[in-house]
Design a protein around this ligand. Structure first.
Ligand SMILES: [Zn+2]
Length: 170
């Protein structure tokens, strides 16, 4: 079980690094750079995979965690590393240190935005797998990896009796 999960995680990691659909690993999640017309297109994934039907954005606001936790998280670590490196090795004035830290962090935020979303989709699909089918807002439905077996003694459906009807008060 653990080996299967690790193999899956590895496959999803590779697919996300290549910005591909986590399910089939073939369809790109984002438009190609040369087809981008507006800056916002860089950050916007396609609605879903035409090959396997997997919806990339499961619900409105789905990518908030990708942007705030993954993208900003890694950017903060990068900023910290650059700052500490400069502080420990050079005696720079603050007016030089601040742009030397902020410019690479801002660039990283833009360049890593697509991968942050792709890694988030992969993580979500690893721990909460969905498939096409119309179960949520955008067309995915949960795949339950451990369907609950019926409780012992309850393998037959419980006979239901008609509810007592209360006579209507007139
Ligand atoms: Zn796909």
């Amino acid at each position: 079980m653990k080996a299967r999960m690790l193999a899956k995680a590895g496959a999803y990691l590779v697919r996300a690094t290549r910005l591909r659909c986590p399910v089939c690993g073939r369809t790109p999640i984002f438009p190609r750079v040369r087809t981008i017309r507006r800056p916002v297109d860089w950050f916007m994934p396609f609605d879903g995979c035409p090959r396997c039907g997997y919806a990339f954005e499961r619900e409105p606001g789905y990518f908030l965690m990708a942007v705030w936790a993954l993208n900003c998280g890694f950017a903060s670590v990068l900023g910290l590393v650059i700052y500490l490196g400069l502080e420990m090795n050079f005696d720079l004035p603050m007016r030089v240190t601040i742009p030397a830290v902020l410019v690479p962090v801002a660039l990283f935020n833009v360049l890593f935005a697509r991968h942050a979303k792709a890694y988030f989709i992969a993580l979500d699909h690893l721990f909460d797998p969905h498939e096409r089918g119309g179960g949520d807002n955008r067309g995915n439905q949960p795949i339950d990896p451990h369907p609950e077996p019926p409780a012992p003694g309850l393998s037959r459906p419980i006979p239901t009796e008609p509810c007592e009807t209360t006579p209507a008060v007139r």
